[in-house]
Design a protein around this ligand. Structure first.
Ligand code: ADP
Length: 447
């Protein structure tokens, strides 16, 4: 899959994940807020219901005779000692304050008198205090956690709130409240942020998809342009080679020195254009330079001489010198594709002569390393800023020079040189300093 498609998918997923985590966080806050409110309503309802029964018992006991008093105190001792570890209660989340503990201590007495919690009263108190109308149920559980009594909606399934509240200090009873905080309430309460988030997600996804479509269209356009270029380039080759043949024929038919010079000049110019046309053809060809290389025994020094000769003629108008520094053994040959090695070398020498001022010197050094033939092209021209060093090998890339520094070009030369070198299994690299010059180097494996 293409890189930009992968990046688009990653961006889409990231946007959705970010927005989901935002919605989850506001949902978490909403549930937390609701939980606090329901906790409070439940606590108040239990407290008021217990207080009701206590007051009722007090009133009843005030009207008791001495015998009735005695008999009731046989069931519930007047003073009952129990170890109260408030920290432990707090840790368990059962009671918060010592007054909670005090209130609950009387609940044990009510239990002994079989004066159990009035679930109807509890439920109506809870409904009055609850923050909203919630599907819920209360269950009163005994010591074995079996349901003794219950009230409310017994069929709720999506329980997202549960609270256990022991009644009394001796674990005789526990009250359980289950409730469902409906998602609809959340949506209604948080409609603003939710719509905002949805809108943001849609806008961001739209932008990403729009970019993707633009890139795809551009890619398609480039493909069509490449195809058109290929046709034009193909048609250009015939008139150029014809013009070159005419130049050679005219030279052969005429002895005039001036005409010979003019024909040589023309021949060279046409040859240069032909090379560029070939490079453009390779650069725009669908399978790049992955075609099979025609290998033969190649004398690298001879290629260098040819390149120097051509470049001297091509840059006849510019004060320059091209020096070949040959450290190869005499007559040294490697197996390579002569056209491609020449193309790489010529491109580098031409660039050295092109991106420089009058008086430029280009050294073309040929040497052997353990496994390769090393070709270095050093110039004392304008040099290249570090930020451009990687980009210049990309197809159609040109450093944005202006004014006196502007030179005609296509941005194909270095790409073509690079693919020629890579096709041989070699490497190409550059070192450069602005204002000092550049050294372009490449290797061609010896075997
Ligand atoms: P072109 O020369 O047609 O622009 P190239 O692919 O050969 O395309 O080069 C790409 C760019 O790299 C050039 O536009 C130029 O700015 C820069 N460049 C290449 N060689 C040199 C050099 N020897 N010195 C300075 N700049 C260079």
């Amino acid at each position: 899959m293409k890189k930009y498609r992968i990046i688009t998918i990653i961006a889409g997923i990231a946007i959705i994940l970010l927005q989901s985590s935002y919605i989850l966080s506001i949902y978490g806050r909403f549930i937390q807020d609701m939980t606090l409110k329901i906790d409070r309503a439940c606590k108040i309802a239990i407290d008021e219901e217990m207080l009701n029964r206590q007051l009722r018992l007090n009133r009843l006991m005030m009207s008791f005779s001495k015998e009735q008093d005695d008999s009731i105190y046989q069931i519930i001792p007047r003073v009952e000692y129990i170890d109260i570890d408030i920290d432990n209660y707090r840790e368990l989340g059962v009671f918060e304050t010592s007054s909670d503990v005090y209130t609950h201590s009387s609940e044990d007495k009510h239990f002994r008198l079989n004066d159990l919690m009035d679930m109807l009263v509890l439920d109506s108190l809870f409904c009055a205090k609850a923050p909203l109308e919630l599907p819920h149920r209360f269950r009163l559980l005994d010591k074995e956690l079996q349901t003794v009594d219950s009230i409310g909606n017994t069929h709720i399934t999506h329980i997202n709130y549960s609270k256990y509240q022991p009644l009394g200090l001796r674990g005789f009873q526990t009250l359980q409240l289950d409730a469902e905080i409906p998602i609809g309430v959340f949506v209604k309460d948080e409609i603003g942020p939710l719509l905002q988030s949805l809108l943001m997600t849609l806008i961001a996804l739209f932008c990403v998809l729009f970019q993707l479509t633009v890139i795809r269209n551009k890619e398609e356009e480039l493909k069509q342009r490449d195809e058109a270029t290929r046709y034009i380039v193909h048609d250009l080759k015939t008139p150029i080679t014809t013009a070159m043949t005419i130049a050679e024929t005219m030279k052969a038919l005429n002895d005039d020195k001036l005409l010979h010079e003019a024909m040589d000049y023309n021949y060279n110019k046409f040859n240069h254009v032909l090379q560029q046309v070939e490079e453009l053809k390779d650069a725009t060809s669908e399978d790049g330079t992955r075609y099979k290389l025609q290998m033969q025994q190649v004398n690298v020094f001879k290629i260098a001489e040819r390149v120097k000769e051509e470049c001297d003629l091509l840059f006849a108008d510019k004060e320059h010198s091209v020096n070949i520094v040959n450290s190869l053994p005499e007559g040294y040959e490697i197996r390579a594709n002569v056209v491609m090695v020449e193309r790489a070398m010529r491109n580098l020498v031409e660039n050295g002569l092109k991106y420089s001022d009058h008086g430029v010197q280009v050294d073309l050094r040929l040497s052997l390393t353990e496994k390769n033939v090393l070709i270095e092209v050093q110039d004392n021209g304008w040099g290249i800023e570090a930020k451009y060093l990687k980009k210049i090998f990309k197809l159609y890339y040109r450093i944005p020079f202006e004014g006196d520094y502007e030179r005609r070009g296509t941005g194909v030369g270095l790409t073509s040189a690079k693919s020629a070198v890579l096709a041989h299994g070699g490497k190409i690299w550059v070192k450069s300093k602005p204002g000092i010059g550049s050294v372009f180097s490449f290797t061609i494996p010896r075997k």
